[in-house]
Design a protein around this ligand. Structure first.
Ligand code: B16
Ligand code: MG
Length: 217
């Protein structure tokens, strides 16, 4: 997509895989639980889960493996997965966020930009507290305030609303294809990194968050 000359007023950051490396913990937790149940799961399947809610992630895993579970079995699978994932999160500290990430957030704030998190995770606030990033954000829109998961634009539309910024003046930063599509549906530009950057649907491809300093002026 062609980059437009927009003076962004706000940046909405995805969490897992963008601000923190919790995407790896999601993978390890799903892998552990799938191995226990002898359900095939690998990194290719894991990439399909980026930005997708916990419940829908399980549906994707089961349908790829052609496995049927009862509602009760699904509920206990989801609870166990979250418990394993939370064990990883409990060990996180401010050291888990690089200095370059903090410097970028600080620079954007100094430039007068509003910053928000737009994540499908219900663990967002816990993670932000663990790594000491809360103070950088004016708003948090996450899995606890949405009814539809990415690629639906709801999480980003709510973030823009919380910030009081028009959708067209927000830039989304994403690592998931589902998130890039959600930004597009919200009529917001998107900077893609990691897995999402390989799909060439975003306004910008960035290798590191610090590249935002040249985009958000
Ligand atoms: P939780 P994001 C998403 O976060 C993850 O990418 C996705 O893998 C996960 O299933 C989803 O959050 C729900 O997370 O189980 O913590 O509620 O990338 O939108 O920040
Ligand atoms: Mg993500």
């Amino acid at each position: 997509m062609q980059a437009q000359k927009i003076r962004y007023k706000a940046v909405i950051f995805d969490l897992d895989g963008v601000l923190v490396h919790t995407d790896e913990y999601h993978y390890l937790a799903w892998k552990q639980l799938c191995d226990l149940r002898k359900i095939p799961f690998n990194r290719t399947v894991n990439d399909l889960l980026r930005g997708v809610s916990r419940k829908e992630s399980l549906e994707i895993i089961l349908s790829r493996a052609h496995v049927n579970l009862s509602e009760a079995e699904k509920e206990s699978f989801l609870a166990e997965k979250n418990a394993v994932y939370r064990k990883f999160l409990e060990q996180m500290t401010p050291e888990d966020v690089g200095q370059k990430v903090r410097n970028t957030l600080r620079t954007l704030r100094e430039r007068g930009k509003k910053l928000a998190v737009g994540s499908s995770s219900k663990n967002t606030k816990f993670i932000l507290a663990q790594v000491g990033l809360e103070k950088f954000f004016d708003a948090v829109s996450d899995g606890t305030n949405i009814t539809r998961t990415k690629p639906d634009p709801e999480v980003f539309l709510k973030a823009a609303q919380m910030l009081g910024v028009e959708n067209g003046c927000c830039l989304v930063v994403e690592d998931a294809v589902s998130g890039v599509l959600a930004a597009e549906a919200a009529h917001m530009d998107c900077a893609a990194m990691g897995d999402a950057a390989r799909h060439h649907r975003a306004t910008y491809d960035i290798e590191h968050l610090s590249m935002l300093k040249d985009i958000v002026l």
